[in-house]
Design a protein around this ligand. Sequence first.
Ligand code: C5P
Length: 307
Amino acid sequence: MSASVTVRAAAKINLRLHVGPVRNGYHDLVTVFHAVGLFDEVTVAPADRLRVELDAGPGIAADTVPLGADNLAAKAVHALAAVLGERPTVRIHIAKSIPVAGGLAGGSADAAAALLACNHLWGAPLSRDRLLEIAASLGSDVPFSLTGQTAVGEGRGEILTPVPVSGQYHWLLACTTTGLSTPTVFAELDRIRGEHAVREGSVREMLDALAAGDVTAVAKLLVNDLQEPALALRPELKRTLDCGLEGGALGGVLSGSGPTCVFLVRDRAHATELGATLMAAGACTSAVYAAGPADGASVVTAAGGSR
Ligand code: C5P
């Protein structure tokens, strides 16, 4: 068995995000998740006690990631250890590139990576389906962080149906160092909607556009019900979106509960150009290129050893 295992897991964006009524504290969702090539790497190794270490990448403030029991990767290790009857005594090293509280499922990526890494470390006893069940108990986006690619998410986001996609999509992620709290954004949506009936949302046209590889149609169909409440809480995001669209993006939308805004562009060079425009305008604190779809959590290295 391995003495250390490294798993990488991708950021996600939402190509459509329709928010329905609340059930048991969570909103019913219909969303199209799309994993993009911006990765956190999580390494687990046996240790005398569970501890979390962080290697914060560019633009990530180390003090925004909890290193105690609140850390989602630590919660994942506890949950898996409880199911397997293992002691959760591992060192979790997180090399973080996905912005924190950015609407990109960075914490969920770390949880998915830690689950897969510990399952490997402990002899891979659980099937993918069992890992998906534990993932769902940890957070709405954690199952998708395991599976990656592009998928429709229903329920609170954990019921996944893979989506066939033609071609590659190029994204510019306009990031902001100060995160937005997901529950606060959902609560603001409820406040804005008040007594109004919940809008129905369809993902059909988006699925057709993705299957056809029709980039222009995908760009036109980007929708996120959380954009309005996020803009109400953070009005300056309107300028970020306007700046990206006026700067030549094919389409743009808030990712998840924000504050990251994502822009669909033609290719990497177009992303570089648009990133420079956004940075020069002070419309974001960092601009990151990523292509999708990307793989779900996957083992990068399993270094030797036995237990
Ligand atoms: O599942 P997760 O822990 O990521 O969710 C964080 C919070 O976001 C929830 O406690 C809830 O307030 C809100 N949420 C929601 N409906 C969802 C997903 C999340 O209201 N489908």
